[in-house]
Design a protein around this ligand. Sequence first.
Ligand SMILES: Cc1cc2nc3c(=O)[nH]c(=O)nc-3n(C[C@H](O)[C@H](O)[C@H](O)COP(=O)(O)OP(=O)(O)OC[C@H]3O[C@@H](n4cnc5c(N)ncnc54)[C@H](O)[C@@H]3O)c2cc1C
Length: 463
Amino acid sequence: MAAYDYDLFVIGGGSGGVRAGRLAAQMGKRVGIAEEYRYGGTCVIRGCVPKKLLVYASQFSETFEDAAGYGWTVPDARFDWPTLIANKDREIARLEGIYRGGLDRAGAETFATRAVLEGAHEIRLLAEDRVVTAETILIATGGRPNPHAALPGHEFCISSNEAFHLEQLPRAIVIAGGGYIAVEFANIFHGLGVETTLIYRGREILGRFDIDLRQMLHEAMEKKGIRILCQEIFQRIEKRADGRLDAHTSGDKVLTVDQVMLALGRNPNTEQLGLDKAGVETGKAGEIVVDAWSRTSVPHIYAIGDVTNRLQLTPVAIHEAMCFLETVYRGNPVSPDHDCVATAVFSQPEIGTVGLTEEDAGKRYDELDIYRAVFRPMRTAFPGREDRMMMKLIVDSATRKVVGAHVLGPDAGEMAQLLGVAVKAGLTKDDFDRTMAIHPTAAEEMVTLYEPTCRVKDGERVG
Ligand SMILES: Cc1cc2nc3c(=O)[nH]c(=O)nc-3n(C[C@H](O)[C@H](O)[C@H](O)COP(=O)(O)OP(=O)(O)OC[C@H]3O[C@@H](n4cnc5c(N)ncnc54)[C@H](O)[C@@H]3O)c2cc1C
């Protein structure tokens, strides 16, 4: 008789947990998985997927405007927020069904409950008020928005979670944060016709991205009409008699809006998870500390995805799940590769990026050649938009290896996925030069950047 109820118990049915649970079950393991909210997790239910649907919706305002330049007469366009949200909810429910169905078909036992550790091999299923045991436990509980509890009036604010379910589209919104979620939502709301302000304590939005991308996006967003306040924070949020909100800032401004959204980072979901009962260690931010193979301080308990606070991205959580399966069930220890991860910001204009920023490359390499093209995308010529697109390659002068590739403009995310292959493979600038252009495209600029725009020596631009 088996010593444990399950070979593997997964806590959390999001990107990482579902992948690990489904494939382990397909491998013949006895798998249990618990999800306290909805299967699919942050990405499917209140992250990447609904966000991208809202991004699509918000892009139509410019598309309708641009159509006139191409000879179309577009009648007065009207937008209905409840229709968008209902359609989005239908799609999310469909995807949720696919995630749960995949687990069921693979033979995993799914539980709709919060689960917490009761001991090193024991898991309490709260909704069923019973304890099950497992030989191996995988914690994939993700993260949640930082509520900024120290801010007076934070209880009047929404996070990205609520932004997906607002009953009405606000007339005016202020969003706090400078990360990709704040920036993306600022563009979404602006595109849907909301008077939008972004407030960020740092010098420039999107701290971890290449400086040219950050500055050019900032400029482009302001040109569209998004107000951006950098080096400024909220002091307090007050509810007015008319139901609107007054956001008082450190710059002595009072912004009167219908919604205040906080996008100030995400905290790992480790509170009251019973980690102490099992002896699982956490770090300063509350994240679960893991080794290179996603193993926690307890050898048979593993953790993957956002709860480990490594790289908070869906493909990374899924990759970590695959490495976990190789390591634990295929006798082939594989540690997740977090180097050179391509990523996108679905701002308007979009960002696609892979590899090192100019600043980080300057610290790592003695000399760099920077290739940069800034141009007007062909599509915007007729409508007379001022939009500019940018492509940038960062090249190690000694080896000619392309160590960073950055794009700002339409479809930048799609381009970055393919650039990611080239940069990950360690291709050189000469390989890019030998590649024939596809004409007429915007992406052809990436293979026709013949002369460096400047050099960087010991971290400084030298002309
Ligand atoms: C607004 C937004 C936009 C995003 N956009 C992108 C994007 O464009 N691209 C991208 O790659 N990433 C994006 N992300 C990040 C991405 O969603 C996460 O990196 C990814 O979902 C992490 O997967 P995970 O499995 O670690 O956790 P999650 O997907 O968060 O899943 C964890 C699950 O565990 C459940 N849970 C927690 N505690 C318990 C418990 N005790 N018992 C049972 N269940 C529990 C939660 O309900 C949740 O469903 C976005 C995130 C947000 C918030």
